[in-house]
Design a protein around this ligand. Sequence first.
Ligand SMILES: Cc1cc2nc3c(=O)[nH]c(=O)nc-3n(C[C@H](O)[C@H](O)[C@H](O)COP(=O)(O)OP(=O)(O)OC[C@H]3O[C@@H](n4cnc5c(N)ncnc54)[C@H](O)[C@@H]3O)c2cc1C
Length: 427
Amino acid sequence: MEHADAVVVGAGPGGSAAAHFLAEAGHDVVLIEKESFPRDKVCGDGLTPRAVQALRSVGLADEAEGAPPGWQRQQGLRMYGGGVVLDLPWPQLEDWPAHSVTATRATMDEALARNAVKTGAHLWERTEVTGPVWQRASQRRVAGVRYRREDGTEGEIRAPIVLAADGGSSRFAVALGLHRLENRPMGVAIRAYYRSPRAEMGMMEGFLELYRGMGEGGAEGGAKKELLPGYGWIFPLDDGLVNVGWGLLNTSEHFRSTNYRRTLDEWVAGFPPEWGMSAATRVGRPRSAGLPMAHNRKPPLYRGAMLVGDAAGMVNPFNGEGISYAIEAAAFAAEAADTALRARSDGPLLRYERAVADAWGGYYTLGRIFVDLIGQPAVMRFCTEHGMPRPALMRFVFRMMAHLTDRRPKDLTDAVLNTLSRAVPAA
Ligand SMILES: Cc1cc2nc3c(=O)[nH]c(=O)nc-3n(C[C@H](O)[C@H](O)[C@H](O)COP(=O)(O)OP(=O)(O)OC[C@H]3O[C@@H](n4cnc5c(N)ncnc54)[C@H](O)[C@@H]3O)c2cc1C
């Protein structure tokens, strides 16, 4: 039987950040990952200014600037919809940077995991956590994890602090008896890589109009086309590739009946030829995955284990962003764990749940109302047609969706969004 101060399950952004923060606080941390780095992960590979800040918080300062090879920096978001193309620079704010960065998850997640190791965490790769170790037979409190290495050897490691950061399907949370809440929003998105001149555009791109049944030639060519209440993206990457994808929410009636792969192919076929995206320039095969949103697994502290990131369904329901929230939650969890370890008491762990609720509880409640509304094609169409031609309104929507406000309000957008987020209860 091995021992540590803390064991972290999963070395995605949430797990690696938690291991970094705990090691930085002087604790003995074991970070367990079933794959080995570099490893692929289905994602848009986009880090908004909020996530850039999160990278800075773990000390990846160069990556946060988009400086190392494999990283790229952008000025803003170009939005397409309602017959309008709108360039929205990232806002100039006190609390947040004014740029975004991109990197493939192979590059990004390896940087985060190696950073945790540099800080002092022990990374066990090719090691799968197979279940919890309980403190007592009553199974009230987790006291460690069971694991199996690639070579088949099995073992147990005990620790007073256990964090589950094992992604959306979180087998660990399920083993604790904590399942997803079916009435909370969930997204599914698909992405593919293309070699394209769009990799040089210096902007992220977002698309509010996606159609099903577009046929050859894209939206214009199809006689029967149906607006989907989802959105698409093209995110440029450093090495001549773009990440192209689109996603849909489970609040939409099309959620289960849509062929995601075919819709992606039809949408890409409608791009201008000079964008250079076709089967011939596609790299690898398209892959899809779920986005667990708006705290769709709770509470984040359960039977002594802390759930971080997708394991606790922490993806922002407004825009599908999950990396920043996984890293921010890791910081809250590590702070609570550090206090609990020093006090030799579980009491301070409760601070984790409170910190998450205070940080985004109200905002995510608003997000649940938002996804219910835009799950209806008629509402989505109305918003696109009437919103896109109004740049001032779109700048407000942009900041609301990217969750970018200053704590000390500098303008009306800060004041309205902060007040709304505080007025609406976390749930
Ligand atoms: C198509 C798509 C596009 C997206 N685009 C973006 C985007 O552009 N920007 C953004 O911010 N977010 C995006 N997201 C969301 C984002 O990918 C997630 O929110 C983010 O990865 C959450 O990080 P995490 O650390 O919680 O979990 P994960 O990144 O899922 O990491 C979990 C880790 O745990 C490991 N693991 C799992 N089980 C075990 C086990 N039993 N033992 C050991 N290890 C285990 C896994 O191998 C993995 O490394 C997208 C999601 C999808 C599906």
